[in-house]
Design a protein around this ligand. Structure first.
Ligand code: PNW
Length: 448
């Protein structure tokens, strides 16, 4: 081994999402989102936790920027809350909501941190859901209009934009498995949702271009699928190619269409949609947590998030270490992900999320010596280096997450932050992993 240095210009940062950190759910005219409704539904989230207060980043963003600066972060990826900007998801804009993102962006720029804005990280305005949500075509047009509002306001200062975060989660965890908002279990609706998310993406690309955005991307959580070739092909289709086919080839793969025909007649796919969806993008953001293992096994229930996978077993090898989410740790999957994407899509890549929840033990001062998280991040950065060495065009790395936050269905019970949040006082305390990461950034690499 030896020291690892990353390419010149490779960027370092951290990521968050609006509903997971902002709180201030009723403040300054924000409208309700499907996550407010879902998290208020008994049994939907751990302990009934909600994002109503979360990390109170809406009020503490100034201190959070100071913290980012002290860690040496070069970039910060955040998402914009659609219902804060447009409380009903269409019609009147909420000036106070837009003004928050003005303050955030100006503060970041003043601190020398490059903002990377994501337009949609799952907090659909409830009013849009009430009109049909993502299974309805109109939602894509509303999203395109919302994108214009935000881009017209911020693109003079924000160069780097993503349209959607992980449309797979939004469509299939939200509408098929029902474990994310809006909590539906209707596979047909999940395929329609996926299509309208993609259409909304394409329309938002046009909005962003028209406003002069410099770099436009989408963030996917492509699965690295390992196991029996036949099962791998099916799950790769349902997790990855259902999105990357339309985005990069301008067509749905025929095997995916055939499989989905068990649940839908595809009548939501209209002439011209694929042209909009396949608009060129500048960068593909990839979020990586773990691979997916699949094998044929008689009687296996399959995965509700992958419609029609009865007879496939999704369990990971039992010898792998796991995070507090129960997710297997496999850093090699990150090199595989990057090399596959490099080979298949021909577009520059960035890691827009990577990280892990562990059972953090805070000392009396709130300090967490998270050696497990340091080891996780270290091994995954080595995997990024390996992919770059083998030719993948990877432009940067963002840790998930800057701070502990509302982990969706898991509420506040799972901590992904490199900074601890004391939810009683709101205090932020950098963990050992934050100090380690600051050092990685300073050295632009790792020492062995
Ligand atoms: C991502 N899955 O979510 C999200 O972008 C973050 O908001 C989230 O906090 C982070 O990963 C950690 O969970 C995912 O079940 C949630 O495959 C679930 C899955 C994948 C990604």
């Amino acid at each position: 081994m030896g020291d690892i240095r990353f390419p010149d210009g490779f960027f370092w940062g951290a990521a968050t999402a609006a509903y997971q950190i902002e709180g201030a759910a009723d403040t300054d005219g924000r409208g309700p989102s499907i996550w407010d409704t879902f998290s208020a539904t008994p049994g939907a989230t751990a302990h009934g936790h909600t994002g109503r207060i979360a990390c109170d980043h809406y009020h503490r963003f100034g201190d959070d920027i100071t913290l980012m600066k002290s860690l040496g972060l070069q970039r910060y990826r955040f998402s914009i809350s659609w219902p804060r900007v447009q409380p009903d998801g269409s019609g009147p804009v909420n000036p106070a909501g837009l003004a928050f993102y003005d303050r955030l962006v100006d503060g970041l720029l003043e601190a020398g941190i490059t903002p990377m804005a994501t337009l949609y990280h799952w907090d659909l305005p409830q009013a849009v859901h009430n009109c049909g949500g993502w299974p309805a075509r109109d939602t894509a047009y509303r999203f395109g209009e919302y994108a214009t509002i935000v881009a017209d306001r911020l693109a003079d200062r924000v160069a780097d934009w993503s349209t959607l975060n992980e449309p797979w989660c939004a469509a299939f965890l939200g509408y098929a498995a029902g474990i994310h908002a809006p909590g539906m279990t209707d596979p047909g609706a999940s395929f329609a949702a996926a299509h309208h998310l993609l259409l909304g993406h394409g329309l938002a690309v046009d909005s962003l271009r028209a406003a002069g955005a410099e770099s436009v991307s989408i963030v996917l959580n492509n699965s690295v699928v390992r196991g029996d070739p036949e099962a791998v092909k099916l799950v790769d289709g349902l997790a990855n190619r259902v999105f990357t086919g339309p985005l990069f080839d301008g067509a749905y793969p025929s095997d995916v269409l055939e499989h989905a025909a068990r649940f839908t007649d595809h009548s939501f796919i209209q002439d011209g949609d694929l042209d909009v969806i396949s608009r060129p993008i500048d960068l593909l953001g990839l979020n990586y947590y773990n691979p997916t293992w699949v094998r044929r096994k008689a009687g296996a229930p399959g995965s509700a998030a992958h419609p029609g996978t009865e007879g496939i077993d999704f369990s990971a090898p039992s010898d792998l270490d796991r995070t507090a989410m129960g997710w297997p740790i496999d850093a090699g999957g990150l090199s595989d992900l990057l090399l596959q994407a490099h080979r298949d899509y021909g577009v520059p890549l960035a890691i827009t999320e990577n990280g892990a929840a562990f059972d953090d033990k805070a000392d009396a001062d709130g300090y967490v010596d998270d050696v497990d998280r340091v080891a996780f991040l270290d091994s995954h950065l080595r995997a990024v280096d390996e992919a770059i060495t083998k030719g993948a065009d990877v432009r940067g790395y963002l840790a998930w997450s800057l701070m502990d936050n509302f982990e969706w269905a898991e509420g506040y019970t799972k901590r992904f932050g490199i900074v601890r949040v004391d939810y009683d006082t709101g205090r932020r305390i950098p963990k050992a992993s934050a100090e380690w990461y600051a050092n990685v950034i300073r050295h632009h690499g790792l020492s062995t």
